[in-house]
Design a protein around this ligand. Structure first.
Ligand SMILES: C[S@@+](CC[C@H](N)C(=O)[O-])C[C@H]1O[C@@H](n2cnc3c(N)ncnc32)[C@H](O)[C@@H]1O
Ligand code: SF4
Length: 430
């Protein structure tokens, strides 16, 4: 149990961390220096890229808290979009890009299941990928034909957010996706069909308490999904802040809610990061979230890719994306250089989340020791009790896990900020 002095120290640390992160997002992720690029720019890496990210920017209804790139579903546009997407996929493969796994995210990837099937079949016919991962809303498992995806999708990630009807009602998801009880049935149906099922849950909403979060996660665990991802509500730093901010609770409530998440889940699940939990049944399930620092290629409107220190952004305008693919077979239209410091800070977040800061591993990755590369960050982490020294290395404390979670929220806010600016970028004149 934490005494009130330690709690005050933690809140002081996290409040100042929030301030620092927001400041650094504005400085390092501004797209004012983004450069338009022409088709075919960039050399093809000689070894396979870990992940091909495919974006499907359509949803039947738009949730208030969500700042991902999506528009309201229009069937004709969505069919044209999928067709363009397959052309882009063919093109990158013809140019020599290879990848180990595919992550299809949205939006709602299952919105046109025949188009999704055609797209996955195309990739499987042209490549030898290890795994296909898909995101879906829960209602698909009642209204769609998920058995058609059996054998095509290895990992299905379902956004439930909460099984509590009061929370579902306050976020507008009850009317769209049904009651908590109905959604639990949909998840069970998915578990019967797919080798790996992840359930996304959220906390930090005004109507939630540590007790309700604990209860929610016990219900999730009772369904036995392979993975549970727990997202703290992110309100970002841009325009979305006002809309999502109305739903957010007191930021200091996040700490007791994080402890409630851990207490509920760690009995039977392994905490891979303070936001992802995997079932502890012998074989550990790999964490599939695309933030491990590996290069990533993105296709589709609103997709991001990153190669080393270079960030690439595809057109966020869906009609423009289709036009670009039709004319030049590629839609990556802006690039931005990332500061090496931002990448090192990202690496720090991952190590903090994993539970230890290993000087040798860090040096192998960055060429510098932890103190040399990150003197201010290391002083902050030690002073706030987030890490303790163990020989040459450092171990993350429970407060440190929470600080890693706040860094993760900062990462999500940074992505929101990029998306917001990318929507405003002028269309390229290709
Ligand atoms: C892009 S959504 C796609 C999932 C699917 N469309 C659905 O709603 O069920 C992926 C996940 O991002 C998370 N998410 C969306 N908006 C968020 C926000 N503002 N803060 C934190 N997590 C968020 C949700 O947990 C959601 O399930
Ligand atoms: S949370 Fe899912 S369904 Fe809701 S708007 Fe975002 S992507 Fe669409």
């Amino acid at each position: 149990m934490m005494n009130s002095l330690s709690k005050t120290r933690l809140y002081l640390a996290t409040d100042s961390l929030d301030w620092m992160i927001n400041r650094s997002i504005k400085q390092s992720l501004s797209l004012q220096d983004a450069v338009p690029i022409s088709a075919g720019t960039g050399c093809v890496p000689s070894k396979p890229i870990e992940t091909l990210y495919i974006h499907i920017p359509f949803c039947h209804t738009l949730c208030r808290f969500c700042s991902f790139h999506k528009v309201k579903f229009q069937e004709t546009l969505a069919r044209e979009y999928f067709q363009a997407l397959r052309l882009e996929i063919r093109e990158i493969i013809a140019r020599g890009y290879r990848f180990n796994r595919v992550y299809i995210g949205g939006g709602t990837t299952t919105i046109l299941e025949d188009e999704l099937i055609k797209t996955i079949e195309l990739i499987k016919s042209l490549t030898t990928i290890r795994e296909v991962s898909c995101e879906s809303d829960p209602i698909y498992f009642s209204e769609g034909n998920p058995e058609l995806l059996k054998g095509l999708v290895d990992r299905m990630s379902i956004g439930v957010q909460s099984f509590d009807d009061a929370i579902l009602k306050s976020t507008g998801r009850f009317e769209k996706f049904g009651s908590g009880k109905q959604q639990a049935d949909y998840v069970s149906r998915a578990i019967e069909l797919f080798p790996t099922v992840n359930v996304d849950m959220m906390y930090g909403f005004k109507v939630q308490t540590a007790e309700s979060v604990h209860e929610d996660l016990l219900q999730t665990m009772a369904l036995n999904p392979d993975q549970i991802t727990t997202y703290p509500l992110t309100i970002g730093i841009g325009k979305n802040r006002k809309k999502a901010g109305c739903l957010a609770g007191d930021p200091h409530e996040l700490w007791p809610q994080f402890l409630a998440v851990k207490q509920a889940l760690t009995e039977r699940y392994v905490m891979e990061f303070p936001w992802t939990f995997s079932r502890n049944f012998g074989q550990p399930v790999q964490n599939k979230y695309v933030l491990d620092g590996e290069d990533c290629l993105g296709v589709g409107s609103g997709a991001f890719g990153r190669f080393g220190e270079q960030f690439r952004i595809s057109s966020f305008d869906i009609a423009d994306y289709i036009r670009l693919i039709d004319r030049v077979k590629t839609a990556t239209c802006y690039t931005k250089s990332l500061e090496s410091k931002s990448l090192i800070q990202h690496h720090l977040m991952i190590m903090m989340g994993h539970g230890h800061l290993d000087n040798q591993v860090f040096k192998a990755h960055t060429g510098h020791s932890l103190w040399r590369a990150l003197p201010l960050e290391m002083s902050f982490l030690l002073a706030s009790g987030a890490i303790v020294k163990r020989g040459d290395n450092y171990q993350t404390t429970e407060q440190g896990q929470f600080i890693a979670l706040k860094m993760f929220v900062g990462f999500l806010s940074g992505m929101d900020y990029l998306r917001e600016q990318a929507r405003e970028l002028p269309l390229t004149s290709i």
